[in-house]
Structures are given as structure tokens and as C-alpha cells.
Design a protein around this ligand. Structure first.
Ligand code: NAI
Length: 817
């Protein structure tokens, strides 16, 4: 029965929620709801016993402090959680603690109730009975089960409840993992599925896959199967756990935690629980055999080796006599721990040398096919592909649902069908058949019909559809795919480091695609060419990309070489080229909108600052971190920072020309941010760190960033865009510099920074304050750029700066010297 129009809700009308269960997932979900601006009531059970501390304080079991203890302590941990759960620590105020006994009636006041209590059917059933007694008709209710039967949980509940109920299966940690599986039952109203999907996608910024009510749904079903066969094959092929991890991680486009490190994180007892769930609910003998409990897992769990939470699993960390910790691995035959062996083989080397997941996976299985590493890789991969294919129509209606679930829920670069296409559908199926494997009928038929891939890549990707032929993949609303546009021939110009792509409506997007998206000559040349092209032929430009990170900074390699050889003219040329490219972008007579995501550091920030508007993703780690490599920002970062300080002082003084405000407070803040190489832990935090303007903003849905930026370009263009004119910048001068230098001295005396940090701090103070001019002087942009260049050059000549750069290039982290 469809909902009455009056009962239909919009995702935007959901303002409040209650989360039941304040454990790992309940707390994480509550935080993500708070991130989306919802008011959240977090409830747990009433404790049965007092803690020692509560006794000492003279509290009793009837005190609210005790009764709300579980959820209150979960809330208290949130602002300091690592990795952070909240975009802003202060948003913890959106969450209120309570307990399910005293605050049951409060469930009548919320719009959405999310259950996240322990994974036990009987407990969940009881909780839903209680919820039903308090909830108001029309309120959404969802369960965060990992894979219990959704329908069984609500047996005995009334129809009105059942129509508003489904699973919303978040992945851990809810803030960072993109997937939510929405699992309706037969009774769930279609409008409720749509509403929950919209809520999760649009309000919470998640990626939704609608799944069937089968054991463990999609991602955990395929994922746990993959772990089981990898474990079996590791034993069959006589491999060590570290060898198996080297072959099932990045070489297959999967996270570094690969198989065994991932298992340790998940918990070996949890995996047993997950596989029991499939086996017990399955009526198929073959499936039951696959999901039998592996001997070794039972033994390890019996020995309390549960993985990271118990300190040992397939790996364990031990502290040596010298206080250093090392990680040992488990010998699968003796169950003893020992030093990890160095893993190397022609197979692994071939995969490392190959570029991109497709070529890496091909290298793994084909380059040395007789090697045990290749045999193992092929065996585990083949089984996972065949199992996934056999599940189409069973656990999911389409291959895209399976691929999305594995990409978003397990962080695989490619889902099983995408990976299968990448290694060659027809040739691998021929090989599987030769090896006696059973191929699912639909795959055989698909190939017999003349198809050699599950997907057809084009502007709108098409995929295998059960009823024959390809179907257009449902596009997520407001998502622009640069990869698809490039595939459809929409590249306007390209260098080895960047491409300019036509994203429609006469707007282009400049996409970086160098290694780690570090900025070098190729990207700067692309920026200069793009400026010319856009000025002539387009309405505006977006700076965004689909890399793992927006940009990790400037490429230090060339810079370090020139510095080590004392080629100062060359170093200066590199800086001037960077500065000039940024100025051209700033002066472009068309709107420029930057849409960074994830790591946006150093030169990456400097590339955003010339934009008219910066639209940040919630997961943006934004910071001018040059001091970490012994340098200061010199691609215009300090100049733009100084301009922001002046603008802030002016607006604090009411924006009127005669009272232009005190520069020092903002200058101090900016100095601290850059000197301490701070980067934000979210887009929201970045807005507060002094490098952004009032017009800059954060969006909730990271994958809509390119579409949002394009929309902003069009708005600016429609409003009659004119580029910013060069303004003179009011600086704090020698007086302001003296204040900053005093702070540096105090930190050095206090032992919190090194002598080299102090040297860098002094140079940074000089540039940000505008050098030795009088306080309140107005200087040109070029003057500040010259100061940046001079300070940068002198730091490049310092041995300790060169050591910092080499360390960063070799180890990927900063050296403190
Ligand atoms: P947890 O053990 O960390 O937390 C469970 C919480 O539920 C505890 O705070 C407990 O006091 C509370 N609780 C127990 N009975 C209750 C009751 N009758 N009323 C109110 N609260 C009650 O468990 P976790 O890991 O947070 O799991 C919760 C749910 O989320 C489970 O269904 C689990 O399968 C699922 N899940 C877990 C994931 C994970 O990685 N931990 C991932 C995705 C789903």
C-alpha cells in the first residue's frame, strides 16, 4: 500500500534522529548524523552496576549520570576520537545522551530511529517491540545489522511499523566509509526505500546500494567469501601470511591491509560470526561447505587471538628490549609467531612495475604463470569472480550493485566485474573452463551472444543486464565523471600531468593526473595553456580531479636536485614559473572555481587560492605544510595569506577605509597555522584556519564536487563576471614581524621547536608581515612574491632543509631536525 501524500516525507524534512546502541557503530552513526546537522538522541541500556568512580562520588543506580553512562561516555570520547568522527568537535553538542528505559517516550519526538545494538536477533527483536510502543506513526526505523535477517527482526510488529522499516547497513567507520546498504523487507513501502536512500545519499553524503534480505547482504557476503578462499589458498599453496597480503592488496587494486591485516582489524571472532550467519541460513550444501568454519580460525579464536583488539591474530606487535616495536607474523603450520620474511618474487615485481589496476592484475596472473605466487593469485581471484557471478540475481539484481558495494564498502579500486573486464573476460573464461571450473550460465550465454565485457565504457556507462543486452548505468544525480567524459573524447588539451576536459555548458575542468597529483612543470604548463584556452573559448574553469587526493603539494624531486647542485638560478626559475602561473590563473577573465578533496597540501592549496571560489569536500585535509620540508609557501601562498589577513582586519573594523583594523590577531593565527604546518581534519575545519574567504564553503556530497563547482562557474558567469583587480595589501610590517619573532623565540626557548624550525619561522614572519616596512604600509602583490622567493631560495641552501626534502621524498613523512 503506497503512503498517502500527506504522509510522504522528503529527506530535507528529517531534522532529528535517535540512535539506539552507543557502541562502535552507534556512536559513529550518531556522529555522522550530527555532521549532517541532525539533532541526535543517543540511547543505550541502563547499567546494572556502579563503577568504582561512581561509588566514590556517592552516586546510586537511580542517578541520571549513572543511567546515561554508556551513551554519555561514548559522546564524551567523540571530540577527541582518532580518526575524527565529527567534522567539527563542537558539533558534539548536537548529540544528547540518554537510556532506552527513561527516554523511551522521547522516541515519539524524532523523525528517524536507527538501531545499532549488538548483533543478536532476540535483542534486536526486543528493542523493536519497545520502539513500536513509543514511536509516532510515520517515523522511519532502520537497523544497522551486519547481515541478520531483516524480516525476522520485526516479526510481531504491526503493519504501519513494518512499512516504515528497513536496514541501513553502514560500514565502519561511518564517517569515512562510503557504502550504506539499504535493505527493505517485503513490507517496506517503496517511498520509504526512496526516502532512506535520499537521506543517506544527500544528507549524509553516502553511496547507497539497495540490497536483498539475504545473509550478510552484498559487500560482507562477497568480502567474507574472498577472505575464506584466500585463507584456504594460502595454506594450499604453502604461502606465508605476508606473501598472501603482498598478492591480495594494492596489486589487485585493494587496500594495503589486503587479507590478513584486514582480518586482524575486523576480528577473527567477527569473521566466524559472519560466516556462521551465511552457513546457518543457507539451504544449499555447496554454500554451506564454502562457509564452513576453517580449522585455523577456530583454533586462533579458542586461543583468544582475535586480531588487533586482543593484541595478536595473524600478526602481532611486540616491543623489543630497545623499546622499539616490531610486527611478527603467524606461521600457519605451527601457529607460532616469527619475524616477517621479506616478500619478493618475479610475480610481485612485475605487478609493482605495471601501472594501473588492470595491468597490475594481469601481471600477477600472467607474467610468470608457473610461479606459486601467480597460481595463488589466479586461484583466489578466479574463485571470487565466479562466486560474484553466481550471486547475480541472488544477493543483488545487477552487477553494478555488486561492484559498487565492493568499491564503497571494501575500498576496492574495481569491483569484481570491473576487474574481470580489466583482465579480459573471454580469455579468462576460456582458461577457467580448461581448468574444469563451472561458469554461471548467464556468463556463458553473454559471451555466446558475442559480448567480451560486462561494461561498455562511454559517457554514460552501460552494463550487462539480466534480460539480455546492455543497460545504461543509472547515474548518480549531480555527479560528473571525468573518466567517462575523457572516454567519450571530451578532452580539450592535455599534458603528461593534467588534462582540460569539456564538462558541458561551455565549462571546462582542469584535472591533475601526475604521480600523487604533485605539481610539477607539466601541471603548471597545463594551467598556462588552459588560461589562454578558457579566455578565448569557454565560460569558466573548474579545478578538480578524481585522484585519491586533490594534490599532495609541489614535486620536490627536481627542486632538491637543483638545490643540492647549487643551481640557484634554476631554483629561482622554478619558483617564478609557479608564481607566474598562479597569477595568470588569478587574472583570468573568466570565473575559476576550485573543488579540492582529501589531501590538498602545500602547492595544492596555492593552486586553489587564485580561484574566485573554493568548494571543499567534507573530507578535505587542507594546509600550507611547507615548513615540514624546511620551506615556506612561495607559489603565492604567503601573499594570498597576507591579503586575507588585511581583508579580515578591514572587515573587523566595519570595512571602512579610515578604520582599517588591527592586523595582528589574524596575522598571528595565520602565522601559527603555516609555521606549525597545520592541515585541517575536515573541510569545515579548513574554513576556520585562516586560508579561506567568507564565500568559500563545504558541500556534503564529495562526489558532487565537480557538478557543484560547474554550477558555481555558471552562476558567476551569468552574474556578469569581472576578474579581481590588483589591490595593494596592507601589512603589519616590522612591528608585526617583531611580535611573531618573539613567539618563535619563546617556543625555541621552551624546547617545543628546533633551531631550524626557528630559522624557518623567522623567514615566514618576515614574509607574512611584509618585510621591514612600517606597520600599516600598503605593498604590491609582486613585492610580497619577491619576499617569498628570496626566503625560499635562502632556505633551499640550508643543509637541514635539504635533509627534510630528501626524507619526505624517501619516506613520505616529515623529518623534524
Ligand atoms: P558494540 O558491541 O560496539 O555496541 C553495541 C551497543 O549496543 C553497546 O553499547 C551495548 O551496550 C548496546 N546494547 C546492547 N543491548 C542493548 C539494548 N537492548 N538496548 C540498547 N542498547 C543495547 O557493537 P557494534 O560493533 O557497534 O555493532 C552494533 C551493530 O552494528 C551490530 O548489529 C553489528 O553487527 C553492526 N555492525 C557492526 C560493524 C562493525 O564494524 N563493528 C559494521 C557494520 C555493522
Amino acid at each position: 500500500m503506497p503512503l498517502q501524500a500527506s504522509q510522504q516525507k522528503k529527506a530535507s524534512s528529517i531534522r532529528s534522529a535517535a540512535v539506539i546502541g552507543s557502541g562502535v557503530m552507534g556512536a559513529g552513526i550518531a556522529a555522522q548524523l550530527a555532521n549532517a546537522g541532525l539533532r541526535v538522541l543517543l540511547l543505550d541500556v541502563v547499567p546494572q552496576r556502579l563503577t568504582e568512580e561512581e561509588e566514590r562520588k556517592g552516586l546510586s543506580l537511580s542517578d541520571a549520570l549513572v543511567r546515561n553512562r554508556l551513551s554519555a561516555s561514548a559522546i564524551a570520547k567523540m571530540p577527541k576520537a582518532q580518526p575524527p568522527q565529527l567534522y567539527e568537535p563542537a558539533w558534539v553538542n548536537r548529540i544528547t545522551a540518554g537510556n532506552l528505559t527513561d527516554h523511551l517516550v522521547a522516541l515519539g519526538d524524532v523523525d528517524w530511529i536507527v538501531e545499532a545494538v549488538v548483533e543478536r536477533l532476540d535483542v534486536k527483536q526486543e528493542v523493536f517491540a519497545a520502539i513500536e510502543s513509543a514511536r509516532r506513526p510515520g517515523t522511519l526505523v532502520s537497523t544497522n545489522t551486519s547481515g541478520l535477517s531483516v524480516a525476522s527482526m520485526i516479526e510481531g510488529r504491526g503493519l504501519e511499523f513494518r512499512r516504515h522499516f528497513a536496514a541501513t547497513h553502514f560500514f565502519n567507520p561511518p564517517r569515512y566509509m562510503r557504502l550504506v546498504e539499504v535493505v527493505p523487507t517485503e513490507d517496506t513501502d517503496a517511498e520509504v526505500v526512496t526516502l532512506l536512500t535520499e537521506l543517506c545519499e544527500k544528507r549524509l553524503g553516502k553511496g547507497v546500494v539497495v540490497a536483498k534480505d539475504t545473509p550478510n547482504f552484498i559487500a560482507n557476503r562477497i568480502g567474507s567469501y574472498g577472505m575464506l578462499v584466500t585463507l584456504q589458498d594460502t595454506i594450499t599453496y604453502g604461502l606465508t601470511v605476508e606473501e598472501a597480503d603482498a598478492l591480495t592488496g594494492p596489486a589487485l587494486g585493494r587496500p594495503k591491509t589486503a587479507t590478513f591485516r584486514m582480518l586482524d582489524l575486523v576480528g577473527l571472532d567477527t569473521l566466524l560470526h559472519v560466516i556462521d550467519n551465511v552457513r546457518k541460513r543457507s539451504e544449499d550444501d555447496a554454500e554451506q561447505a564454502i562457509f564452513a568454519r576453517p580449522d585455523i580460525l577456530e583454533k586462533l579464536v579458542a586461543m583468544k587471538r582475535l586480531g588487533e583488539k586482543s593484541g595478536a591474530g595473524f600478526y602481532r606487535k611486540i616491543r623489543g628490549g630497545d623499546g622499539r616495536s616490531t610486527i611478527e607474523s603467524l606461521r600457519l603450520d605451527t601457529l607460532e609467531y616469527g619475524e616477517q620474511s621479506k616478500v619478493s618474487s618475479p610475480v610481485i615485481e612485475a605487478a609493482k612495475a605495471a601501472k594501473g589496476v588492470a595491468l597490475k592484475a594481469k601481471a600477477l596472473i600472467n607474467s610468470n604463470a608457473g610461479h606459486k605466487h601467480a597460481k595463488f593469485a589466479w586461484s583466489t581471484l578466479k574463485k571470487t569472480l565466479l562466486y560474484s557471478a553466481a550471486q547475480v540475481g541472488v544477493i543483488a539484481d545487477s552487477i553494478t550493485d555488486i561492484d559498487r558495494a565492493m568499491r564503497w564498502g571494501f575500498n576496492w579500486d574495481l569491483g569484481p566485474f570491473e576487474l574481470w573486464d580489466a583482465i579480459g573476460l573471454e580469455e579468462t573464461v576460456t582458461r577457467m573452463k580448461k581448468e574444469g571450473d563451472t561458469i554461471p550460465d548467464w556468463v556463458e550465454q553473454w559471451i555466446a551472444d558475442g559480448h567480451n565485457s560486462f561494461y561498455l565504457e562511454s559517457e554514460q556507462r552501460r552494463y550487462f543486464a539480466a534480460r539480455g543486452g546492455y543497460s545504461a548505468e543509472e547515474q548518480e544525480e549531480d555527479v560528473i565523471s571525468l573518466a567517462a567524459l575523457k572516454g567519450a573524447g571530451r578532452t580539450v588539451l592535455a599534458t603528461s600531468g593534467a588534462s582540460l576536459i569539456d564538462i558541458g555548458d561551455d565549462v571546462v575542468c582542469l584535472e591533475f593526473h601526475s604521480h600523487s597529483n604533485a605539481i610539477g612543470g607539466e601541471i603548471l604548463s597545463a594551467i598556462r595553456q588552459s588560461v589562454q584556452e578558457v579566455s578565448r573559448n569557454w565560460r569558466g574553469i573548474v579545478l578538480a580531479n578524481e585522484g585519491r587526493n586533490f594534490c599532495v603539494g609541489a614535486n620536490l624531486m627536481l627542486l632538491l636536485m637543483e638545490a643540492q647542485n647549487g643551481e640557484w638560478d634554476e631554483v629561482e626559475e622554478i619558483i617564478r614559473f609557479f608564481q607566474d602561473s598562479m597569477l595568470r590563473l588569478k587574472r583570468l577573465d573568466r570565473p575559476v572555481v576550485a573543488a579540492p578533496h582529501r589531501m590538498t597540501l602545500g602547492g595544492g592549496v596555492e593552486a586553489c587560492l587564485p580561484a574566485d571560489l573554493i568548494i571543499l569536500s567534507p573530507e578535505t585535509y587542507f594546509g600550507l605544510v611547507e615548513t615540514g620540508v624546511g620551506l615556506i609557501p612561495a607559489g603565492g601562498g604567503c601573499k594570498e595569506g597576507a591579503a586575507l589577513v588585511a581583508a579580515r582586519a578591514k572587515s573587523a573594523a566595519g570595512g571602512n577605509g579610515s578604520a582599517r583594523g588591527d592586523l595582528q590577531p589574524s596575522l598571528n593565527e595565520l602565522f601559527e597555522t603555516i609555521a606549525l604546518a597545520k592541515s585541517s581534519s575536515s573541510g569545515h575545519e579548513a574554513l576556520r584556519q585562516g586560508l579561506l574567504r567568507p564565500q568559500d564553503r563545504v558541500i556534503m556530497r564529495q562526489n558532487t564536487r565537480i557538478a557543484e563547482a560547474k554550477r558555481a562557474v555558471l552562476e558567476l558567469d551569468r552574474a556578469g563576471y569581472t576578474p579581481p583587480v590588483e589591490e595593494r595589501i596592507r601589512v603589519a610590517g616590522s612591528e608585526g614581524k617583531a611580535v611573531l619573532k618573539l613567539a618563535v623565540q619563546a617556543m625555541q626557548l621552551g624546547g617545543t621547536i628546533s633551531e631550524h624550525d626557528a630559522l624557518i619561522g623567522g623567514k615566514l614572519a618576515h614574509v607574512l608581515a611584509g618585510g621591514d616596512v612600517r606597520a600599516g604600509s600598503e605593498v604590491s602583490e609582486q613585492y610580497l612574491l619577491d619576499l617569498e622567493c628570496e626566503a625560499f631560495l635562502s632556505l633551499c641552501g640550508e643543509r637541514k632543509t635539504q635533509e627534510r626534502m630528501s626524507h619526505m621524498l624517501a619516506k613520505g613523512k616529515p623529518l623534524r631536525n
